[in-house]
Design a protein around this ligand. Structure first.
Ligand code: SF4
Length: 160
């Protein structure tokens, strides 16, 4: 499945009203890891993130600078075409190295997540789509190991 088709499956995810006026803009603080099928599309703006199992590629904040796609008003200039990681966060899918399960988390570094302002129905719909997502397991392991604050609350487990 190409990057555009993966993103299309998650086109319903729109956090713009939840994110508006956020003073803690994630796009100024964090990077977003690209799916293997998204790497070609963002080759000019992406950079490598090393992990113990090899590199992943990412866009977003780097060296204290905001994501180059962020405009002065704090909005994403490619919102309709933003990568899946940008689209889903603060929902995250990680690999559990102990059990081999895929685990869905809510990242409490997002103020809306920590304050309970993300509708449960939206999270449940995202989880439903994540269950159907075909994703490269080696990439998911590297993604899981990419350095991250890991202020995570477990939502559910997707059993293989
Ligand atoms: S691509 Fe858009 S959503 Fe993703 S980090 Fe950059 S500005 Fe934020």
């Amino acid at each position: 499945m190409g990057g555009a088709r993966v993103r299309l499956a998650f086109d319903f995810v729109d956090f713009s009203s939840i994110c508006s006026n956020c003073s803690n803009n994630c796009c100024r603080r964090f990077y977003a890891v690209l799916l293997p099928e998204e790497e070609g599309e963002f080759s000019e703006s992406s950079f490598e993130i090393p992990t113990p199992l090899g590199c992943v590629r990412a866009i977003g904040s780097r060296d204290g600078k905001p994501c180059p796609y962020l405009d002065e008003a704090g909005r994403c200039g490619i919102y309709r075409n933003r990568p899946l990681d940008c689209r889903l966060w603060p929902v995250m899918l990680y690999y559990d190295f102990k059990t081999g399960e895929r685990v869905v988390y809510l990242d409490l570094d997002c103020p809306a997540a920590s304050e309970g302002r993300i509708p449960r129905e939206l999270i449940d719909t995202i989880v439903g789509e994540l269950k159907k997502l075909v994703i490269d397991e080696d990439w998911l392991k590297r993604y899981t190991l990419a350095p991250w604050p890991n202020n995570l609350a477990e939502l559910c487990r997707l059993r293989p």
